[in-house]
Design a protein around this ligand. Structure first.
Ligand SMILES: [Zn+2]
Length: 508
């Protein structure tokens, strides 16, 4: 009856199933164009999932997903309009809930059908995105020798070319005092396919989440930058100004000092970001947007951990147009582990994605819309590089984290040969700004109270971080490496311990 209005319809089964959640169910997606390409033909095991009532299947219906062989998501044409039907009930949000709470594999089919319906409905009007960036990240290795645990940097670079992926080493700045000559050459010759980003400063327990004063935070983050700048100057290697948080722990009060110091982004999984910031109020859209960017902060780019359901998380990130960072460790490169190859194959099979370094990924976090000869750009990061389509004469910049009455920021727009615009403004929308013949624009919106890392005093000298790093290196290069290999082999290479749970060193 609703279809008689001539409008597309989304319907949910009136009687939810009373069957108890099963320990494991098998979800199979159809291959119809009504589904985003990242889901078409995908099959996965989902743990602890609710059971949907079987939907009635009429002639001409398209099944978009089955649960244990039973149709639970369908679409049919009724009097010329699409009627999408879902078996699992929609989640009931409270004011303390986030969309992220329903983007876990076990909850996904409660919300995904509605998100897909809305995506299909608004496709022509919605903001468009550049290709979604992807990058493999390896936490913890230092670059003293050609190998680190199961990692061989030359082989990693060769595999990155052969299997077509980008990889970035999350290196602890404390380890930057020496870079092996052979390793320098490997990174220089294969950049940006293989790159470096920051991993804390000393990698002590939750060093970016423990209580600290603003001066202490600035001091630690500045030292991390100075250590990496010295590496760049002495070894001739570029370091992405992107922070991979040790133990996935970052407190919200670190984001403003990072923005002041010129960090471009931080990587953190949404669940851990919520866990370490229980008293901070976030918008309910948390987890559904490409990045999390708030006032006076660096953007947080979602990071995916290697655990049993990581492949579903990667596809979900592609669906949400979020950068796809898969965080691994050296044991994910052990013989018998398929994580790296599987990730490369998945990303390479998806349309509208591209490999990028963390720097390239952070600078691809924007959305755009063309209206006549005006290019509208919505920033998802404070510094982006935008490819300009033919015929664009003007640009309008959208900074959704500003509301016109907040503190001002410095907006700068550069073409390939000259600066096109510079202004201090608190406006959420700036423009139109006339363009020249540039095919690539650099847009930056930076805080006015920037801090030079070289002007900040160093933290007090401590010996514990050095001892801890030495113990970690011994663990990774020798005896405990054998133990960790056992963990990988036992789980057929599909699961791995992570930095969050696998750090067996004393906390301090
Ligand atoms: Zn780590």
């Amino acid at each position: 009856m609703a279809a008689s209005t001539g409008l597309p319809v989304f319907a949910v089964a009136a009687q939810p199933s009373t069957a108890a959640a099963r320990k494991s169910t098998r979800i199979r997606f159809g291959d119809d164009a009504a589904l985003s390409a990242c889901w078409r033909g995908y099959c996965c095991e989902v743990r602890d999932s609710a059971i949907g009532s079987a939907l009635e299947e009429a002639v001409g219906d398209v099944v978009l997903a089955w649960q244990d062989g039973v149709p639970i998501w369908t679409q049919r044409r009724v009097v010329g309009v699409n009627v999408m039907m879902a078996a699992l009930p929609l989640p009931l949000f409270t004011e303390r809930d986030f969309i992220h709470d329903y983007l876990w594999p076990s909850e996904l089919l409660h919300l995904l059908p509605l998100l897909q319906f809305l995506r299909n409905l608004t496709r022509a009007e919605d903001w468009q995105s550049p290709p979604t960036p992807a990058c493999l990240v390896v936490d913890d290795p230092n670059l003293h020798l050609r190998t680190y645990g199961y990692l061989d940097f030359q082989r990693l670079a060769d595999d990155a070319w052969a299997q077509n992926f980008f990889v970035s080493i999350a290196m602890v700045p404390l380890d930057s005092w020496w870079i092996g000559r052979e390793v320098r050459e490997i990174f220089r010759q294969n950049a940006p396919r293989i790159s470096i980003l920051l991993h804390g400063n000393n990698h002590t327990y939750e060093e970016l989440a423990c209580p600290a004063s603003e001066a202490e935070i600035l001091s630690l983050l500045s030292e991390a930058l100075r250590r990496m700048e010295r590496l760049e100057n002495e070894a001739g290697m570029e370091v992405c100004r992107v922070m991979e948080c040790p133990h996935c722990a970052i407190a919200e009060d670190r984001l403003e000092p990072m923005a002041k110091l010129g960090y471009e982004a931080a990587l953190a999984s949404t669940a851990y970001f919520l866990k370490f910031n229980p008293d901070v109020r976030f918008r309910s859209e948390l987890g559904a947007e490409p990045t999390l960017l708030t006032e006076k902060a660096v953007p947080i780019l979602p990071r995916i951990q290697v655990y049993a359901d990581w492949e579903t998380d990667v596809r979900l990130a592609a669906f949400l147009r979020q950068p796809m960072f898969l965080a691994t460790h050296h044991w994910d490169f052990a013989h018998g582990s398929h994580v790296v190859q599987d990730f490369a194959e998945i990303v390479n099979s998806l349309p509208d994605v591209c490999w990028a370094s963390p720097k390239g990924a952070a600078r691809a976090c924007y959305q755009f819309r063309q209206v006549g000869d005006v290019l509208h750009i919505k920033l998802g990061s404070r510094l982006v590089d935008v490819a300009v389509g033919r015929g664009m004469r003007k640009v309008v910049v959208h900074r959704p984290w500003l509301h016109g009455k907040d503190e001002s920021e410095l907006m700068v727009l550069r073409g390939e040969s000259k600066e096109l615009f510079r202004a201090v403004s608190s406006a959420a929308v700036i423009g139109p700004i006339s363009l020249d013949e540039s095919t690539v624009l650099e847009l930056s919106s930076s805080l006015l109270d920037k801090v030079d890392s070289n002007s900040v005093s160093a933290p007090p000298r401590r010996y514990w971080p050095l001892v801890r790093r030495f113990m970690a290196e011994v663990r990774d290069r020798s005896l405990l490496g054998v133990y960790l290999r056992g963990q990988v082999d036992e789980s057929n290479g599909r699961r791995a311990r992570s930095c969050e749970t696998g750090d067996a060193l004393p906390r301090e």
